[in-house]
Design a protein around this ligand. Structure first.
Ligand SMILES: *Cc1c(COP(=O)(O)O)cnc(C)c1O
Length: 395
């Protein structure tokens, strides 16, 4: 008889966003005149940049004509024009990549999820708590043991390696979802040193790197010496250029990353070649346009719009005397619930008293209890309005 993968039994039911939408629906039914402002879901709201749209139109026209039509791409890891454009972008961080070290995929979620195919089941995984659930669930599905690292108010939600804890696979996300906290150069160096010492691999999620404004804060783990020998970086056009509905991202694996004498990039190439047939040509042309001078300018304008929301939110929380992380280099603000409320109590309170929807921190792990995530991906006017409502609550 066919046996199912029993590891699925180990996954926790994901009630977070289901419960949120149930509660919002119920409130909406009871209060038909409501003016709910949603600051919960981590999705962008602004449209694609004009340069991106133009590139898609041009690519669509190419597909309509026999001479320029494209079928399967010659290489599942991306067309050279996009891999080179991404490598060119890294030059801006002082990181000299070869285009063959860049692997284009359909988003960071897939790549982060699929990378575990490369690793033996008998590896210890270290994830910070609170955490983006993909890191945990993909390892549970393949049956790996997971250790949690406490991120909390004491370490500013930026945990550092602990000498007496050994791990083989380490997940870091900076700027972080859900906490918005961002590691500095020295902290990342500590992680790279730890990974090299333990012969561990560092899986670095840089999905929010474009939101970094702070001077000297690294955008890429490869800005840290030694990272080429221990890290894999995941990034995406989703938050950078509003591609959440388009699907395009990239993974960077340096040639120097080797275990047991095997180049990890070769295994990834093999894995992708086997299970993936590449991102659509039209989407890759759209992604290329993000790096044109015009595209870059337009994309940065949209990011500035979200960053301005984040500033409005941070200022309001400061005025209210609420402790928080994020905001400055991230579209997320991670606030401590006032008056000792737990995450769901505060969710209900904000919904009922101010008609604002956020995300209870408890949904991201045990250390999230008592915290709350607000996103800056909303409408500017509504963000201002939401903060005014919150300030009125706090007398
Ligand atoms: C949104 C997000 C991503 C990007 O996912 P895509 O699949 O590229 O849309 C990756 N990592 C984190 C932590 C995110 O929040």
């Amino acid at each position: 008889m066919m046996k199912l993968n029993g590891n699925f039994q180990n996954l926790q039911q994901s009630y977070l966003f289901v419960t949120i939408s149930q509660k919002v629906d119920e409130y909406g039914k009871a209060h038909p005149q409501n003016q709910i402002i949603k600051m919960g879901i981590g999705d962008v709201t602004q449209p694609l940049a004009p340069a991106v749209i133009e590139a898609m139109h041009r690519a669509a026209d190419e597909m309509s004509c026999k001479e320029t039509f494209r079928g399967y791409s010659p290489d599942s890891d991306g067309y050279p024009f996009l891999r080179e454009a991404i490598a060119g972008y890294y030059k801006g961080f002082g990181v000299d990549l070869d285009a063959s070290e860049v692997f284009v995929g359909d988003g960071a979620k897939s790549d982060v999820g699929n990378i575990v195919d490369l690793f033996d089941v008998d590896n210890t995984v270290l994830v910070p708590d609170p955490v983006y659930p993909v890191y945990v669930d993909t390892n549970l599905i393949s049956g790996r043991e997971i250790l949690y690292l406490d991120a909390n108010e004491d370490n500013g939600f930026l945990p550092l390696p602990e000498k007496d804890v050994h791990a083989d696979i380490i997940y870091l996300c900076s700027p972080n979802n859900p906490t918005g906290a961002v590691y500095d150069r020295e902290q990342l160096q500590a992680w790279v040193d730890y990974a090299l010492e333990n012969r561990a691999v560092l899986l670095f999620d840089a999905a929010y790197e474009s939101f970094i404004t702070g001077e000297g804060l690294p955008h890429s783990i490869f800005e840290i010496p030694g990272a080429e020998r221990c890290a894999i970086e995941f990034c995406s056009f989703s938050k950078t250029a509003g591609f959440t509905g388009m699907r395009c991202g990239y993974t960077v694996i340096r040639k120097e990353l080797q275990f047991e004498g095997v180049q990890v990039s070769k295994l990834w190439e093999r894995r992708q070649g086997c299970k993936f047939n590449g991102v659509s040509y039209i989407t890759q042309r759209a992604a290329e346009a993000v790096f044109s001078p015009q595209g870059r300018r337009q994309v940065m304008e949209t990011i500035a719009y979200y960053q301005n929301n984040a500033r409005v939110m941070a200022k309001a929380l400061e005025e209210m005397g609420i402790w928080f992380t994020g905001g400055a280099n991230s579209p997320y603000l991670w606030m401590k619930c006032p008056d000792g409320m737990d995450s769901w109590e505060y969710f209900d309170y904000l919904l009922n008293e101010a008609e604002i929807v956020g995300t209870p921190g408890a949904g991201f792990g045990k250390n999230g209890e008592g915290y709350f995530r607000l996103t800056a991906f909303g409408d500017a006017q509504k963000t201002v309005e939401a903060m005014e409502r919150m300030k009125k609550l706090k007398k």
